[in-house]
Design a binder for this molecule. Structure first.
Ligand code: IMP
Length: 194
């Protein structure tokens, strides 16, 4: 059995990836490496940030490392909040309120947006492999739905439902992260021999 360190402290992401990879690869997380601390996300692209984290963890642990970076790209805001999605405002409710305010008066057809997730796998010797998943939709006018997190209540899919109106499994089937994970699984299996 080969080991991989997923550079996340988010239990939900860990469980989702382990479910897709199966039992052949044992996945550790940052919870298993408290000495590593927070890795600063200083790049201005999703790929740049996922690579920063994967490389830092691979070099510090001497193991294969995987890292993700994701966010919401809004066309009418020239791609903002983008890589700054988590830092756009202090809380989820404030981030949603700020985004709706910035889009005040913008027509439905111009409210197109997508979630993006970059995954970077880094070998112990520093070679990297990327996958990217996206989820297309548009920003609604008011929050709807009780599931999910972050911007989910205002992110409308082409069928009109928000991501927060889907179950966890429904969201995973079509989300940016789900797509990026599913593209990464064969890369992982090929390299870790699982
Ligand atoms: P992270 O890189 O996965 O931590 O995501 C950065 C930020 O993007 C989060 O704090 C959320 O604000 C936003 N975000 C990423 N993925 C999602 C999602 O699936 N739903 C809602 N918001 C998301």
């Amino acid at each position: 059995m080969k080991d991989l360190v997923f550079a996340t402290s988010n239990k939900g992401k860990l469980v989702e990836l382990q479910g897709l990879v199966g039992e052949g690869v044992k996945i550790a997380s940052l919870a298993d490496y408290p000495q590593l601390g927070e890795i600063p996300e200083t790049a201005d692209t999703f790929e740049g940030n996922s690579e920063l984290k994967a490389r830092a963890v691979a070099m510090a642990t001497g193991r294969w490392a995987l890292a993700d970076d994701s966010g919401l790209v809004v066309d009418a805001l020239s791609g903002r909040p983008g890589v700054y999605s988590a830092r756009y405002a202090p809380t989820d409710a404030e981030r949603i309120a700020k985004l709706l305010a910035e889009l005040g008066g913008v027509d439905d057809v111009k409210r197109t947006a997508r979630f993006v997730c970059s995954l970077c796998l880094c070998s112990p010797t520093g070679e990297v492999v990327f996958t990217r998943g996206t989820c297309e939709g548009r920003i609604g006018h008011a929050p709807r739905g009780a599931h999910g997190f972050g911007y989910d209540p205002i992110f409308e899919l082409p069928d009109g439902h928000t991501l927060a109106e889907l179950t966890h499994d429904q969201k995973s089937g079509l989300s940016h992260r789900g797509h990026a994970f599913r593209l990464m699984v064969p890369e992982l299996k090929a390299r870790l021999g699982a």
